[in-house]
Design a protein around this ligand. Structure first.
Ligand code: GLU
Length: 341
């Protein structure tokens, strides 16, 4: 087995340092938040027939269509069926992308570094933490038997697909909405969180929904996101920034009247600004999936098996309670998985 490579650009969270909603933040920090193997030992874990279909998909991926023809805009969630059972780290199939990652010694995960709750650099611990990071740790654990064999690489929303396609990262776990256009370039896991777009404004504006904004007051969103696309489609005036922290600055400087994106991200921004409040009902569906390379469908199936396990053995609920329940509400149901095959 190759010696472990533990060098990380951002350290993975140390085991046992379960963080909650950080006190330094609740205490009222404003924009402070930061800136931005054993590969030979194998068995035959995949159901017959899947391998041929995977090979065909991988072949077609060099000439990826604009949108995935197998994807339904009304419900883009179905992903590739998982192997049964999930192969153990010592039994990853030879030639699979999982075996390649194992031989390398570390899983490279693209994550956010300024999205409170999901992927954020905790200045107290120096670690990048959050629910998305936990999803990456589950995948690392399934490949290595060790969740810390993880290199966390910060990515902006607009570069999530490029970093997967150029091989800089093996997975992207960054509040990433599953949709058919993206399925044309990358694969997604099954949904691991159901979000929805909302609006953040100053708490003395009288604005209670996106319909009150009109076409003149500028709302901030960031490049390469479903959030920006939806605002533009609805005729809302927009300010485009590179990160949600930049949007918070624009809002606090009065350049933006408000910010609109997923309820999850807005909850984290609102916690950093006592003048901000999140208003109105969600006006979109933003199902989050783990972004995966298109040319390794066996890896998508493997990650889906990892998520199946987390759904069924209580891990998802434990992580939800640890990271999200205090802010996003208790008693949220585990999102259902659905499969194309
Ligand atoms: N869920 C939205 C998307 O995938 C926004 C997420 C983000 O910017 O982190 O485009």
């Amino acid at each position: 087995m190759k010696a472990p490579s533990l060098s990380v650009r951002f350290p993975a969270r140390s085991p046992g340092t379960a963080s909650r909603w950080p006190a330094w933040l609740v205490a009222g920090a404003t924009t402070a938040l930061l800136a931005s193997a054993c590969a030979g030992a194998v068995e035959e874990p995949f159901r017959s027939g899947l391998a041929e279909r995977d090979a065909a998909q991988a072949e077609g991926s060099s000439d990826a269509p604009a949108a995935d023809p197998d994807c339904d805009d009304a419900n883009p969630r179905p992903s590739l069926g998982p192997p049964e059972p999930l192969p153990a780290p010592a039994s990853l199939p030879a030639g699979s992308y999982m075996a390649e990652i194992q031989a390398r010694g570390v899983l490279r995960a693209g994550v956010g570094a300024d999205t409170l709750l999901f992927g954020f650099l905790n200045p107290q611990s120096g670690d990048v933490e959050g629910f998305d990071v936990e999803m990456a740790r589950l995948v690392a654990d399934a490949i290595f038997g060790d969740p810390d064999r993880l290199e966390l690489i910060p990515v902006q929303s607009a570069e999530r697909i490029d970093r997967l396609q150029d091989g800089t990262v093996d997975i992207v776990v960054k509040t990433m909405t599953i949709n058919c256009e993206r399925w044309g370039s990358i694969n997604f896991s099954t949904v691991y969180y159901e979000s929805g777009q909302r609006l953040l404004v100053g708490n003395d504006t009288g604005v209670v929904s996106i319909d009150d904004v009109g076409g003149e007051r500028a709302i901030c969103a960031i490049s390469g996101t479903t959030s920006l696309a939806r605002l533009e489609a609805e005729g809302v005036a927009t300010i485009e920034e590179a990160s949600w922290t930049d949007c918070l600055v624009a809002f606090q400087q009065g350049r933006a009247f408000g910010i609109s994106t997923d309820d999850t991200i807005l909850a984290g921004l609102a916690a950093q600004d006592p003048y901000a409040e999140v208003v109105g009902a969600p006006f979109s569906e933003e199902p989050y999936g783990i972004g995966l390379p298109k040319d390794h469908p066996e890896f998508t199936r493997f990650v889906n098996a990892v998520l199946e396990q987390a759904r069924s053995d209580g891990t998802w609920e434990r992580l939800y309670d640890e990271w999200l329940a205090d802010v996003l509400g208790k008693g949220v149901a585990v999102p259902n998985a659905s499969y194309r095959t």
